[in-house]
Design a protein around this ligand. Structure first.
Ligand code: SF4
Ligand code: SF4
Length: 178
Protein backbone atom coordinates (compact mmCIF):
# COMPACT_ATOMS: atom_id res chain seq x y z
CA UNK A 1 0.00 0.00 0.00
CA UNK A 2 1.48 3.37 -0.93
CA UNK A 3 1.71 6.15 1.64
CA UNK A 4 0.55 9.75 1.45
CA UNK A 5 2.00 11.98 -1.26
CA UNK A 6 4.32 14.58 0.25
CA UNK A 7 6.43 17.38 -1.17
CA UNK A 8 10.01 16.28 -1.35
CA UNK A 9 13.22 17.78 -2.58
CA UNK A 10 14.41 15.77 -5.56
CA UNK A 11 18.16 15.97 -6.13
CA UNK A 12 19.36 15.46 -9.65
CA UNK A 13 22.71 15.39 -11.41
CA UNK A 14 22.53 16.16 -15.11
CA UNK A 15 25.18 14.71 -17.37
CA UNK A 16 26.34 16.37 -20.56
CA UNK A 17 28.29 13.54 -22.16
CA UNK A 18 29.72 15.86 -24.82
CA UNK A 19 31.53 17.91 -22.15
CA UNK A 20 33.11 14.92 -20.39
CA UNK A 21 36.84 14.69 -21.11
CA UNK A 22 37.39 11.47 -19.17
CA UNK A 23 39.64 13.11 -16.53
CA UNK A 24 38.09 10.92 -13.78
CA UNK A 25 38.34 13.66 -11.14
CA UNK A 26 34.77 12.72 -10.18
CA UNK A 27 35.84 9.14 -9.40
CA UNK A 28 38.72 10.29 -7.21
CA UNK A 29 36.56 12.82 -5.32
CA UNK A 30 33.73 10.35 -4.71
CA UNK A 31 36.00 7.58 -3.45
CA UNK A 32 37.84 9.98 -1.11
CA UNK A 33 34.61 11.42 0.27
CA UNK A 34 33.27 7.93 1.04
CA UNK A 35 36.51 6.54 2.47
CA UNK A 36 36.54 5.76 6.16
CA UNK A 37 37.94 7.95 7.67
CA UNK A 38 36.93 10.53 5.06
CA UNK A 39 39.71 11.28 2.51
CA UNK A 40 41.99 8.60 3.98
CA UNK A 41 42.18 6.87 0.58
CA UNK A 42 41.39 7.62 -3.06
CA UNK A 43 40.53 4.48 -4.97
CA UNK A 44 38.33 4.88 -8.07
CA UNK A 45 37.31 1.21 -7.74
CA UNK A 46 35.36 2.31 -4.66
CA UNK A 47 33.75 5.29 -6.40
CA UNK A 48 30.00 5.50 -6.88
CA UNK A 49 30.53 7.24 -10.18
CA UNK A 50 32.54 5.58 -12.95
CA UNK A 51 33.50 7.00 -16.29
CA UNK A 52 32.98 4.35 -18.92
CA UNK A 53 34.58 4.57 -22.34
CA UNK A 54 32.14 3.29 -24.89
CA UNK A 55 34.64 2.10 -27.50
CA UNK A 56 32.38 1.72 -30.57
CA UNK A 57 31.21 5.30 -30.10
CA UNK A 58 34.45 6.72 -28.67
CA UNK A 59 32.60 8.60 -25.95
CA UNK A 60 33.05 8.90 -22.17
CA UNK A 61 29.89 8.17 -20.21
CA UNK A 62 29.92 9.15 -16.51
CA UNK A 63 27.58 6.74 -14.71
CA UNK A 64 26.43 7.03 -11.10
CA UNK A 65 25.78 3.81 -9.22
CA UNK A 66 22.09 2.99 -9.10
CA UNK A 67 20.15 0.07 -7.73
CA UNK A 68 21.56 -3.33 -6.84
CA UNK A 69 20.13 -6.15 -8.89
CA UNK A 70 20.60 -9.80 -7.98
CA UNK A 71 19.99 -11.07 -11.52
CA UNK A 72 21.50 -9.80 -14.76
CA UNK A 73 19.08 -8.76 -17.49
CA UNK A 74 18.53 -11.23 -20.30
CA UNK A 75 18.37 -8.93 -23.31
CA UNK A 76 21.01 -6.89 -25.06
CA UNK A 77 19.94 -3.83 -26.98
CA UNK A 78 21.91 -1.45 -29.12
CA UNK A 79 20.89 2.19 -29.35
CA UNK A 80 21.73 4.19 -32.44
CA UNK A 81 22.05 7.88 -31.62
CA UNK A 82 23.31 10.46 -34.10
CA UNK A 83 24.76 7.73 -36.29
CA UNK A 84 26.67 5.96 -33.47
CA UNK A 85 25.87 2.66 -31.81
CA UNK A 86 25.64 2.45 -28.03
CA UNK A 87 25.34 -0.79 -26.11
CA UNK A 88 22.61 -1.01 -23.48
CA UNK A 89 25.21 -1.48 -20.75
CA UNK A 90 26.82 1.86 -21.66
CA UNK A 91 24.08 3.68 -19.81
CA UNK A 92 23.10 1.14 -17.18
CA UNK A 93 23.81 2.26 -13.61
CA UNK A 94 22.93 -1.06 -11.94
CA UNK A 95 25.26 -2.99 -9.70
CA UNK A 96 24.67 -6.33 -11.45
CA UNK A 97 26.30 -9.79 -11.55
CA UNK A 98 27.53 -9.52 -15.14
CA UNK A 99 30.21 -6.90 -14.51
CA UNK A 100 32.51 -5.57 -11.78
CA UNK A 101 31.21 -2.02 -11.93
CA UNK A 102 29.80 -0.61 -8.66
CA UNK A 103 31.00 -3.34 -6.37
CA UNK A 104 33.20 -2.73 -3.37
CA UNK A 105 36.47 -4.37 -4.51
CA UNK A 106 37.28 -6.19 -1.24
CA UNK A 107 33.83 -7.41 -0.20
CA UNK A 108 32.05 -7.43 -3.57
CA UNK A 109 29.12 -5.65 -1.92
CA UNK A 110 27.12 -3.23 -4.09
CA UNK A 111 27.91 0.48 -4.10
CA UNK A 112 25.17 3.05 -4.56
CA UNK A 113 25.29 6.82 -5.08
CA UNK A 114 23.91 8.56 -1.97
CA UNK A 115 24.15 12.08 -3.44
CA UNK A 116 26.88 12.77 -0.85
CA UNK A 117 24.20 12.91 1.82
CA UNK A 118 24.40 16.31 3.57
CA UNK A 119 26.91 17.90 1.23
CA UNK A 120 25.30 20.97 -0.37
CA UNK A 121 26.75 20.25 -3.81
CA UNK A 122 27.77 16.63 -4.52
CA UNK A 123 31.52 16.10 -4.64
CA UNK A 124 31.58 14.79 -8.22
CA UNK A 125 29.84 17.96 -9.41
CA UNK A 126 32.18 20.20 -7.39
CA UNK A 127 35.29 18.80 -9.08
CA UNK A 128 33.96 18.51 -12.63
CA UNK A 129 35.75 21.49 -14.17
CA UNK A 130 34.48 20.96 -17.76
CA UNK A 131 30.89 21.20 -16.52
CA UNK A 132 29.81 17.75 -17.66
CA UNK A 133 28.00 17.29 -14.34
CA UNK A 134 25.52 19.87 -13.03
CA UNK A 135 23.42 19.69 -9.90
CA UNK A 136 19.75 20.63 -9.59
CA UNK A 137 17.13 20.47 -6.87
CA UNK A 138 13.39 20.66 -7.38
CA UNK A 139 10.26 20.01 -5.36
CA UNK A 140 8.05 17.09 -6.34
CA UNK A 141 5.07 15.28 -4.91
CA UNK A 142 6.28 11.82 -3.96
CA UNK A 143 4.74 8.84 -2.17
CA UNK A 144 6.21 8.69 1.29
CA UNK A 145 7.75 5.27 0.87
CA UNK A 146 11.06 4.38 2.45
CA UNK A 147 13.98 3.75 0.10
CA UNK A 148 16.47 1.05 1.10
CA UNK A 149 19.61 2.35 2.78
CA UNK A 150 23.19 1.19 2.24
CA UNK A 151 23.05 -1.44 5.01
CA UNK A 152 19.80 -2.89 3.66
CA UNK A 153 21.18 -3.10 0.11
CA UNK A 154 24.37 -4.77 1.39
CA UNK A 155 22.36 -7.29 3.43
CA UNK A 156 20.19 -8.06 0.43
CA UNK A 157 23.32 -8.85 -1.60
CA UNK A 158 24.75 -11.04 1.18
CA UNK A 159 21.46 -12.94 1.52
CA UNK A 160 21.38 -13.56 -2.19
CA UNK A 161 24.95 -14.77 -2.31
CA UNK A 162 25.20 -16.84 0.89
CA UNK A 163 21.61 -17.63 1.93
CA UNK A 164 19.72 -16.58 5.08
CA UNK A 165 21.09 -19.28 7.40
CA UNK A 166 24.75 -18.50 6.77
CA UNK A 167 24.16 -14.76 7.20
CA UNK A 168 22.23 -15.41 10.45
CA UNK A 169 24.94 -17.72 11.81
CA UNK A 170 27.70 -15.26 10.95
CA UNK A 171 25.78 -12.36 12.48
CA UNK A 172 25.17 -14.36 15.68
CA UNK A 173 28.86 -15.29 15.88
CA UNK A 174 30.05 -11.71 15.33
CA UNK A 175 27.50 -10.33 17.82
CA UNK A 176 28.93 -12.56 20.56
CA UNK A 177 32.23 -10.73 20.26
CA UNK A 178 30.69 -7.30 20.89
S1 SF4 B 1 35.08 15.05 -13.63
FE1 SF4 B 1 33.58 15.61 -15.25
S2 SF4 B 1 34.81 15.69 -17.12
FE2 SF4 B 1 36.05 14.60 -15.62
S3 SF4 B 1 35.52 12.45 -16.00
FE3 SF4 B 1 34.14 13.15 -14.39
S4 SF4 B 1 32.30 13.78 -15.49
FE4 SF4 B 1 33.93 13.65 -17.02
S1 SF4 C 1 26.76 12.38 -5.83
FE1 SF4 C 1 28.33 11.87 -4.32
S2 SF4 C 1 27.99 9.68 -3.97
FE2 SF4 C 1 26.97 10.16 -5.89
S3 SF4 C 1 28.49 9.76 -7.45
FE3 SF4 C 1 28.63 11.93 -6.97
S4 SF4 C 1 30.27 12.04 -5.44
FE4 SF4 C 1 29.61 9.90 -5.53
Amino acid sequence: MSGQAKKKIVKEIKVDVEKCIGCRACEVACSGFHASPKYSSFNPARSRIRVVLDLPSDVYVPLRAGEYTAAECTGRQTFRINGKNYSECSFCPASCPSRDLFKEPDSGLPLKCDMCEDEKIPMCVQVCRPGALTYEEREEERDDEPTPGEVEIGLQALLHRHGAQKVKDTFARLSQGE
